[in-house]
Write a protein that binds this ligand. Structure first.
Ligand code: NAP
Ligand code: G4F
Length: 343
C-alpha cells in the first residue's frame, strides 16, 4: 500500500515541488484546493497529472474535517498560507485567520478524525503533521545565526501569525501526543517563485530588460540580508522531518547571507548588464518594520535528517534568470505570432 499525503498550498511554489518529490517516492498525493474555479488547479494538473484534488479552505473547519476524513492521510503538509509579508499589513485579520487560525483548524481536523483526546494520549501514532513555520518569526533577531532555540521577535502580522501556528503545533504535540513537526524554513526560491517576491521580481526584470521590454527595476530596501536556498532542496527536508521517530522543530537554511543588492548584481551580471544602470530605489516599497538580516544555523537539522542543500545562491539566481529569459522570449514569440496572423 502506498502512503497517502495531503498537501495544503498545492498550487504554491513549495506545494508543487513537494508533490513532485512525494510522487517520486511512491506516495499517493492529494492537494487541498480552494475556490470555485481556482485557475492554478489547471497549472498543477498539467505539471503533475498524478495529483488528486480535494476541495477545502483553511478558513473553513468543516471542509478540512471532510478532506482529512475522506483521504485518511498518513502525512499532512500544511503549506497553505498568505505568504507575501507586505500583504499582512494591508489585511492583518485575513492573514491571521489563514496563517494562524488555519493551523489550528487543520490540527483540529486531524484530532477529530483520528480520535485523539487528552485523556488518551497516544504517542507518535496516527497521522503525521508538518507545519510550514518561517524564519520571519525571528524578525528582529536576538542572535546570529538563528537556531531552534533562538527567541522570536516577529516584525510583521505575518510573522506573528506564523508564531501562533508554530506554538499551537508544539502544543498539540504536548497535549495530544500528535506527531507534529515545525519546519522553520529560511527563504527559498526557484523559477516557480511568485513574481511578488524579491528574487523573482529581479530575475523577471533582468530578463525583460535584456530582451528590451522594460527599462528599470524599482526595489525597496537594498540592504536587507537573507539566507536564500533552493525550494527543491527544502521540500526534501520537509519529507525527512516526517520520517523521524518523533515530532520536533527544525531550522532549515544554507547559512550563507546575501543582500538584495548582491541578488541584483548577480542577476544583472549574468546577462552582462550593470545593475546600477537599471535599479531605482522606491521608498514606497520599504516596509513599516523590516527584518534586516536572517541567517540559519541548521547544524542540528542537518545532523538529525542527513540533509544538505545542493544549490548555492549565485547559481540559484542564474537558474531563475535563465528560466525567465525563456519565459519572456516565449511570450514575445506568442505576441509576434498573434500580431502576424491575419484573421
Ligand atoms: P506560495 O507560493 O505563496 O503558496 C501559498 C499557497 O497557499 C497557495 O497554494 C495558496 O493557494 C494557498 N492558500 C492561500 N490561502 C489559502 C486558504 N485560505 N486555504 C487554503 N490554501 C490557501 O507559498 P510558498 O512559497 O509555496 O510557501 C509555502 C508555505 O511555506 C507557506 O505557508 C509560507 O508561509 C511558508 N514559508 C515559505 C518560505 C519561502 O521562502 N517560500 C519560507 C518559510 C515559510 P491558492 O492557489 O488558492 O491561492
Ligand atoms: O522576497 P521577499 O518579499 O521575502 P520575505 O519578506 O523575506 O518573506 C519570504 O520569506 C519568509 C521566510 O523568511 C517567508 F516566511 C515568507 O512567506 C516569504 O516567502 O523580501 C525579501 C527582502 C525583504 O527584506 C524586503 O524588504 O527583500 C526586500 N525587498 C527590497 N525590495 C523587497 C523589494 N521585497 C519585495 N518583495 N519587493 C521589493 O521590491
Amino acid at each position: 500500500m502506498s502512503k497517502r499525503a495531503l498537501i495544503t498550498g498545492i498550487t504554491g511554489q513549495d506545494g508543487s515541488y513537494l508533490a513532485e518529490h512525494l510522487i517520486a517516492q511512491g506516495y499517493q498525493v492529494w492537494g487541498l484546493i480552494r475556490g470555485q474555479a481556482n485557475p492554478r488547479r489547471w497549472w498543477v494538473s498539467r505539471q503533475l497529472s498524478e495529483v488528486n484534488f480535494v476541495d477545502g479552505d483553511l478558513m473553513d473547519q468543516s471542509s478540512l474535517v471532510s478532506a482529512v476524513d475522506k483521504i485518511q492521510p498518513d502525512e499532512v503538509y500544511n503549506l497553505g498560507a498568505i505568504s507575501f509579508v507586505p500583504m499582512s499589513w494591508q489585511q492583518p485579520e485575513l492573514v491571521t485567520e489563514v496563517n494562524g487560525m488555519g493551523v489550528l483548524r487543520m490540527l483540529e481536523a486531524i484530532r477529530m478524525v483520528s480520535g485523539l483526546s487528552i485523556s488518551g494520549i497516544t504517542h507518535n501514532s496516527g497521522m503525521r503533521f508538518y507545519q510550514a513555520s518561517s524564519s520571519e518569526m525571528f524578525g528582529k533577531v536576538a542572535e546570529t545565526p538563528q537556531r531552534e532555540t533562538t527567541m522570536f521577535h516577529p516584525r510583521s502580522p505575518y510573522g506573528v501569525a506564523k508564531a501562533y501556528g508554530h506554538y499551537i503545533t508544539q502544543n498539540y504535540r504536548e497535549s495530544y501526543g500528535l506527531f507534529g513537526v515545525s519546519g522553520i524554513l529560511f527563504n527559498h526560491e526557484s523559477p516557480r517563485r511568485g513574481a511578488e517576491f524579491v528574487t523573482r521580481k529581479i530575475s523577471l526584470a533582468v530578463a525583460r530588460i535584456k530582451l528590451g521590454h522594460q527599462d528599470q527595476l524599482r526595489l525597496g530596501n537594498l540592504d536587507a540580508v537573507r539566507d536564500w536556498g533552493f525550494a527543491g532542496d527544502y521540500v526534501r527536508a520537509m519529507h525527512l522531518m516526517l520520517q523521524q521517530e518523533q515530532g520536533g522543530d527544525y531550522v532549515i537554511g544554507t547559512g550563507q547571507m546575501h543582500s538584495i543588492r548582491d541578488a541584483a548584481r548577480i542577476a544583472f551580471d549574468h546577462v552582462d548588464l550593470n545593475w546600477e544602470d537599471y535599479v531605482v530605489v522606491d521608498p514606497a516599497l520599504v516596509r513599516p518594520a523590516e527584518v534586516e538580516t536572517l541567517c540559519a544555523d541548521s547544524r542540528s537539522a542537518r545532523k538529525a535528517l542527513g540533509w544538505e542543500p545542493t544549490i548555492d545562491f549565485p547559481d540559484l539566481m542564474r537558474m531563475m534568470v535563465d528560466s525567465d529569459l525563456r519565459n519572456v522570449s516565449r511570450e514575445r514569440q506568442y505576441e509576434e505570432m498573434l500580431l502576424s496572423t491575419s484573421w
